[in-house]
Design a protein around this ligand. Structure first.
Ligand code: MRU
Length: 364
């Protein structure tokens, strides 16, 4: 059973501190939206779907303290019942929480998607019951839908692979980055169970080392053959070993298929095209942003210079050297062979085919 990145514990959210992996297993308890925003900002929890799910619980935590005050004594045909309605105070608390959570990390659209979903859910609620409980249940639905989506992505993606394939992945789009199972790693998990994975090349993924610390850890736990490579080795191995496919996750996909993912993904896509290797993006529909036409509109998170000049506690650059640190880059749609979703595999032209997604009901 893989370790999960977060867990709801009846009145608080427990988050696995991924900054300490693989050496130390330690959790952090979040009791408020501010706590959740902080673990997202500091990357104790990371990965687009995982931060979306945590933000959904963060929204529930925004109204926790006042939830009882919202049960009004009403009567219907003379029969008393407890009616629940969202108060203006709660609306203000939710709005403040939404701003805080959305600002925690700007690139992954799952964060804003989950927050908006929770906001709409609360505003539309008109049934009897307890607001806090109802919101927690909605967050749980978002969480379980993500796991189902990942399982389906796994099946669709594995159908693209031949027996004994060598694949390459970048960053961590595994169980740790989602509500469980993973997107790109979901494809690899499912592919491995069907005898389709001979070996996974794992890019270490500078500067945060999600590949070395997290993807390698997940693969190791499941005994999936893998080799860790530094990011600058990818071209060499694409040339010298038979890499059959590159499979990566994503943080936001624009209407034309341009895809934001961990910094370095764009370079891997360029290399894949040069070597004639298919480049697949695994995407739950919650990562699709049809409100933007192209990748030029995707906000790219700028993170601290320290995360580049330091490796762990050791400084590797001169004291006064500042580093650039865009956390993501955008891979143009023209370099993407196909986008694997829970509803099926989408091929170009993406502008036309991504819009059709919601109406697709094929089974993997
Ligand atoms: O900065 P991170 O670690 O949150 O970046 C994660 C990625 O880029 C993942 O590939 C992406 O979120 C997809 S996770 C299923």
């Amino acid at each position: 059973m893989p370790v999960l990145p977060f867990k709801w514990e009846s009145s608080f959210l427990e988050v696995l501190d991924q900054r300490l992996l693989p050496g130390t297993i330690k959790t952090i308890r979040c009791h408020s939206p501010a706590d959740v925003a902080q673990v997202i900002r500091d990357m104790a929890v990371r990965g687009a779907p995982a931060i979306g799910c945590c933000a959904a619980y963060g929204m529930a935590l925004a109204i926790k303290k006042n939830s009882k005050s919202q049960a009004l004594n009403s009567k219907h045909k003379g029969i008393p019942y407890l009616e629940f309605r969202i108060s203006s105070l709660e609306l203000r608390q939710l709005t403040a929480a939404a701003h805080l959570l959305k600002a925690a990390r700007p690139t992954a659209v799952n964060l804003a998607w989950a927050v908006d979903k929770m906001m709409n859910f609360a505003s539309d609620l008109s049934t009897g019951g307890n607001l806090f409980r109802a919101m927690v249940d909605e967050a749980k639905r978002i969480e379980s839908q993500d796991v189902h989506a990942n399982r389906a992505i796994g099946k669709w993606g594995a159908s693209l692979l031949k027996k004994n394939s060598i694949v390459l992945t970048h960053c961590n789009a595994g169980a740790l980055a989602t509500a469980g199972y993973g997107t790109a790693l979901g494809v690899i998990r499912e592919g491995h169970s069907k005898g389709k994975i001979k070996k996974v090349f794992v890019d270490e993924t500078r500067p945060y080392l999600q590949g070395a610390r997290l993807t390698a850890w997940e693969l190791d736990q499941e005994h999936i053959p893998h080799e860790l490579i530094t990011d600058n080795m990818a071209a060499h191995f694409m040339k010298t070993e038979k890499v059959a496919a590159v499979i990566v996750g994503c943080d936001r996909v624009a209407a034309n298929g341009d895809t934001a993912n961990k910094i370095g993904t764009y370079g891997v896509a360029v290399l894949a095209r040069y070597h004639g290797i298919p480049f697949y993006v695994a995407m739950p529909v919650s990562t699709l942003d049809l409100t933007i036409n192209s990748g030029a509109e995707i906000p790219i998170e700028d993170r601290s210079s320290d995360e580049v000049v330091m490796v762990g506690k050791m400084r590797i650059a001169p004291l006064h050297t500042r580093a650039r640190h865009p956390a993501f880059d955008v891979t143009p749609a023209s370099l993407i062979t196909a986008i694997i979703t829970e509803h099926g595999v989408v091929k170009p032209p993406y502008t036309k085919n991504l819009r059709k997604l919601k109406w697709t009901t094929q089974k993997p």
